[in-house]
Design a protein. Structure first.
Length: 152
């Protein structure tokens, strides 16, 4: 089987779009919280990696800064996250999840787990390991060749 290498980018983008749409639809059907699926994305990011810069959150969720600022404002008012100035540079704000945010993330963790199980339905353990290795190679190539590091 021959694969057009230029279609790999299209496939990755389509896969990302499918995951976002499926996750959004699943969230709308099953969640009865006072947050949107996009806001929940911020909560989950901070649940797994607390203390991110707002710019990091924007990069990871592929949203512009004004949109992220608006969502952060809402989540902070609702008590799910808090802002704190960076100890080294007081002009920079870091985002942290609150206990309420952690409880919400824990509540929806089974939904997230089901989503991932459905995404890899029919994959063997080796398929999943191989996919992970290949995606990791792509991510490392992006870092090496384009200087992209979303954690900065």
């Amino acid at each position: 089987m021959t694969i057009d290498k230029f279609n790999i980018m299209d496939m990755l983008q389509l896969t990302s779009t499918y995951c976002q749409l499926a996750g959004h639809n699943l969230f709308k059907k099953t969640v009865k919280l006072d947050i949107t699926s996009e806001q929940f994305g911020i909560i989950f990011l901070l649940y797994y990696k607390d203390g991110l810069y707002q710019s990091q959150v924007a990069k990871l969720l592929r949203k512009d800064r004004p949109n992220i600022t608006r969502m952060v404002d809402i989540l902070e008012k609702k008590g799910y996250i808090t802002r704190k100035k960076d100890n080294e540079n007081k002009r920079i704000i870091k985002l942290f999840i609150t206990e309420s945010g952690k409880e919400t993330a824990k509540l929806l963790e089974p939904l997230r787990e089901d989503f991932y199980k459905n995404m890899v339905d029919g994959f063997s353990d080796n398929d999943i390991k191989d996919l992970y290795k290949l995606l990791e190679k792509i991510r490392n190539n992006m870092r090496t060749h384009y200087g992209i590091n979303i954690w900065q």
